[in-house]
Ligand binder design. Sequence first.
Ligand code: FES
Length: 102
Amino acid sequence: MAEFHKAAKTTDLEPGAIICVDVAGTRVALYNLDGEFYATSPSCTHIEADLSDGYIEDDEVVCPLHFASFNIKTGETTGPPADEDLTTYPVRVHGDDIEVEI
Ligand code: FES
């Protein structure tokens, strides 16, 4: 059964930042999009580059290796060469904690 688990502090993630963290044994990428937090699977679906090494452009994360892009809110692939979407996870803020439902 999915439950919310603490993933990070809100102060760990400045606007525009991406970090990868382990949440209840699952690795996720966490994003701060203008003060709203989102979580996806951590690796590009092309050949598994770590998305926390990439960068945010508007609502998309751009892969550091071959520049595939994904919508951070929906996980949808928005640019080649990746052709599979990311998994997304529900996120909530509880006090100073960012919590992810896994
Ligand atoms: S590993 Fe991300 S585009 Fe190739």
